[in-house]
Design a protein around this ligand. Structure first.
Ligand code: EPZ
Length: 419
């Protein structure tokens, strides 16, 4: 079991280029199933989750692989899809596999996808996805842990999501692109990964209106074509790197990300006392004065991202005062708290709110990663801590951060991986 050893050794400084967005990539790989012909994605991060999605696409019968001549590009050709079944052993490795259901249903008239179980951060039901497919005329049944959906041809319908769901919006939007007639989706998620998917679907020939708003109107078409697309920079990785710089009182500039998709994160960092400089596709953060405590509640876009909550909390452990962190998206996303406390943090939990009292410093210790973003929060804290910290079970972090040690080492961190 790999582990990462971090020696807190002062400020991180320099530039780091973020990889392509993991979450945009996974949705776009599923969308490739809709295209008649090959789809090519560039600026794709080399992550376990991306490899899992490649395995799933191949299991369905598609041809898909990394481009041997281009490290960060892959291609997907769905023409060979013969069995619209995504097996349990693959789906359980990565919930986002469920995103193949909408495209399979729309393109091939039926799909059998293992119901993604819960995960460390919550139960994570898929009822909104299924509600959407049924509104488009699909017959949906749950049978022995699998979702089976079928429709001779999907027909346009109206769906009002009961809550903001990123993958739910993406899944139903993809299905609606090939449904007969108009579909109206209300209360859609507006995350940048939903917008990017919608734009790529439009380039594949889909007719989608209202992109970026919480109401999408989709006119079904008879077919979509394959497309080439460069995946946008990962806003969560960018935020993570900026916070690592602030936690060590350094100066980090992230390159390859659109600052416009980071507004709520940057605003919160300014409240913490960070000095933020924004470029066309870069953001720099530094701090000269005190690190100030804040109140923050996670929310669907454009609110503060739940995927940044652990990393911000790690930073707030060092603030001069008491902060309040409320996790309003997932029901169990505080597993980094006991691990941060092992590093000397002063955090009290009550229900879905963490009360963080800043301390003068953290001290290195053995800690356990529990989920992707919790791992990132622990690494941020470890970089600021006195002495060595060993983060165990780092396979969690490899799911969402490409070459994280190399990137942090490039900023001056003393960090190494041990098998
Ligand atoms: C996406 O998950 C991201 N994953 C998550 O990133 C991210 O945390 C989340 O959106 C919120 O931004 C990918 O895109 C692959 P949701 P998703 O549906 O779509 C409830 C990471 O670290 N819900 O927006 O699965 C759900 O339980 C990962 O990169 C239902 O109740 O999240 C949650 O409480 C973690 N019924 C809330 O909605 C449903 O049918 C938001 O979940 C669907 C969701």
């Amino acid at each position: 079991m790999d582990r990462i050893v971090v020696s807190g050794n002062g400020p991180l400084r320099g530039d780091v280029t973020v990889s392509g967005s993991k979450n945009a990539t996974l949705a776009l790989m599923a969308a490739a199933l809709l295209g008649e012909g090959r789809t090519r994605l560039e600026n794709v991060p080399r992550l376990r989750d991306v490899d899992t999605m490649l395995e799933i696409l191949r299991a369905l019968g598609a041809e898909a692989d990394w481009d041997p001549d281009c490290q960060d590009s892959l291609w997907i050709d769905p023409e060979g899809v013969h069995s619209p079944e995504a097996p349990y052993e693959l789906v359980r490795k990565m919930r986002a596999s469920f995103l193949v259901l909408g495209p399979l249903l729309a393109r091939f008239g039926r799909a059998r996808v293992s119901e993604p179980g819960g995960c460390a951060i919550g139960v994570r039901p898929v009822d909104q996805h299924l509600k959407g497919f049924q509104a488009l005329g699909a017959k949906v049944r749950l049978e022995r842990g699998y979702v089976e959906a079928s429709a001779v041809r999907l027909r346009g319908g109206s769906v009002a999501f009961d809550l903001s769901t990123v993958n739910g919006t993406q899944n139903v939007m993809m299905a609606a692109c090939l449904a007969e007639g108009e579909t109206v989706l209300e209360n859609c998620a507006r995350e940048p990964e939903v917008v990017e998917l919608a734009h790529v679907l439009q380039r594949m020939g889909a007719e989608i209106h209202g992109v970026g708003s919480d109401r999408l109107s989709i006119q079904g078409v008879s077919g979509l074509r394959g497309v080439s697309h460069r995946v946008s920079g990962d806003r969560i990785e960018a935020g993570t790197m900026l916070i690592a710089g602030l936690a060590t009182r350094g100066l980090v500039r992230v390159l390859g990300v659109d600052p416009a998709v980071m507004d709520s994160t940057l605003q919160k960092l300014r409240e913490c006392g960070a000095e933020i400089e924004v470029g066309v596709d870069s953001v720099q953060a530094g701090i000269r004065g005190p690190l100030r405590p804040v109140r923050v509640a996670t929310a669907p876009f454009p609110g503060f991202p739940t995927d940044m909550q652990a990393q911000l909390m790690a930073l707030l452990c060092l603030a001069e005062g008491a902060s309040v962190v409320s996790e309003r998206v997932f029901e169990n996303r505080f597993m980094h708290v006991p691990e941060l406390k092992r590093l000397g943090a002063d955090i009290a939990l009550s229900d879905r709110t963490a009360h963080v009292t800043g301390v003068r410093g953290l001290s290195g210790a053995q800690v356990m990663a529990t989920d992707l973003r919790a791992s990132a929060g622990l690494i941020v804290a470890a970089l600021a801590a006195e002495g060595d910290t060993t983060v165990n079970r780092v396979y969690h972090i490899d799911r969402g951060y490409e070459r994280i040690e190399q990137k942090l080492r490039g900023l001056g961190a003393e960090i190494r991986r041990e098998a």
